[in-house]
Design a protein around this ligand. Structure first.
Ligand code: ADP
Ligand code: MG
Length: 229
């Protein structure tokens, strides 16, 4: 049945994830163990080794935090929410980081768009996308978040002015642990995809003509009467 099919798809994702996690955790652990052995042998480059060991431990910490979000879709807490308010909350969170790089985050969203959503999950989606946009942009510029209502859906676009994603990588970037960053976990877009799908939405990546990338989210939208104020 369809349900079985969906379940088996989910299992293959978690299987893929599990083997990835093992790999991503084993590497820093092996490295930490190696440095401890060197320290035991009485090597005197302690400062340098401690620094590397802390970096490796931080990799595992970061991975653990992001993995929490992967498992979260299992416990959903949906309610009717103003979309604009949720996006604004995330912008407040990331604005300092953006301003440091001379990046403006520009939101264009009608007041009355309502989605039925797990607030913390949808916020996580915007955190992932805006963070990626900030990280991608090496020069100052703008990140645009545009929301339009079209029929039964809200169409949300997150557009950056970074170097863009090469066409041949568009599908790969959503896979767990695919990253081109030194400090990346490669989980952000995979988590984003699974959260949007859990909200009966569609997440897609559109390479822009010229520079930049557009991340597009389609979510069912509801009448504002659903929210009692
Ligand atoms: P991470 O950010 O940890 O690398 P993500 O899943 O969030 O993991 O992103 C995976 C990869 O997709 C990134 O390493 C980068 O190569 C690419 N990517 C994501 N967002 C953008 C963007 N806005 N512009 C260019 N490349 C991007
Ligand atoms: Mg990311």
């Amino acid at each position: 049945s369809e349900e079985l099919l969906i379940r088996s798809e989910k299992m293959s994702v978690s299987g893929q994830l599990a083997s990835g996690v093992v790999h991503e955790i084993r590497n820093p652990l092996t490295s930490i163990k190696g440095f401890i052995e060197l320290l035991q042998a009485g090597i005197d480059r302690k400062e340098e080794y401690f620094k590397i060991m802390i970096e490796e431990i931080e990799k595992i910490e970061k991975l653990s935090t992001e993995l929490l979000y992967v498992s979260r879709p299992l416990t959903q807490d949906h309610s009717y929410q103003w979309l604009k308010q949720m996006i604004e909350d995330v912008i407040v969170l990331l604005n300092t980081q953006a301003m440091k790089k001379g990046i403006n985050i520009i939101l264009d969203c009608p007041q009355d768009v309502v989605v039925y959503a797990d607030k913390s999950q949808i916020k996580q989606v915007f955190i992932n996308l805006i963070k990626n946009a900030i990280e991608a942009m090496t020069e100052s510029g703008n990140i645009y978040i545009k929301v339009q209502v079209s029929g039964e859906f809200s169409l949300i676009s997150v557009i950056d002015e970074g170097p863009g994603i090469p066409k041949h990588l568009i599908h790969q970037v959503k896979e767990p642990f695919f990253t081109t960053k030194k400090e990346g976990t490669g989980l952000g877009l995979m988590i984003t995809t699974s959260i949007i799908e859990n909200h009966n939405g569609i997440f897609s990546i559109i390479p822009n003509q010229g520079k930049g990338t557009t991340f597009s989210i389609k979510l069912p939208h509801y009448d504002s009467a659903m929210i009692d104020s």
